[in-house]
Design a protein. Structure first.
Length: 128
């Protein structure tokens, strides 16, 4: 049984029907928050994919996200460099957030991400 993880700075939930990880970032994120969030994603993904080891597809809602410190940015980059992550769809990104996210993911060498305003379109892209 996969458990949902809800901390005050993030939520991580495996969507069994769609086979995607749902993540919501809430407020400002320091390195400790980013590390805890990615450990939760890894914990659930390892359990979910322990047999077939497919790359995990992630829907990240950043509509309520705040600022990230330097350590949080480095942790995001590290996990996307070394963890087997497939497509990533971002919801609720304004121009500033898109710029930051694009920088982090480009530096990590992860190119399979997109920004969406509507969850339905994001899910369609992730599951296609």
């Amino acid at each position: 049984m996969v458990k949902d993880i809800k901390e005050k700075k993030f939520e991580v939930k495996w969507d069994e029907n769609l086979k995607i990880m749902r993540v919501k970032i809430i407020g400002n994120q320091i390195g400790e928050d980013a590390d805890a969030m990615f450990k939760a994603i890894v914990e659930q993904s390892t359990f979910v994919f322990q047999k077939d080891l497919e790359p995990v597809k992630i829907l990240i809602d950043i509509s309520k996200a705040g600022k990230m410190d330097r350590e949080a940015i480095e942790i995001h980059s590290k996990y996307f460099k070394f963890f087997k992550i497939g497509k990533v769809a971002f919801l609720g990104a304004d121009f500033f957030r898109k710029t930051i996210v694009a920088s982090i993911y480009t530096l990590a060498g992860h190119k399979d991400y997109k920004f969406f305003d509507e969850e339905k379109k994001a899910v369609e892209w992730l599951t296609a």
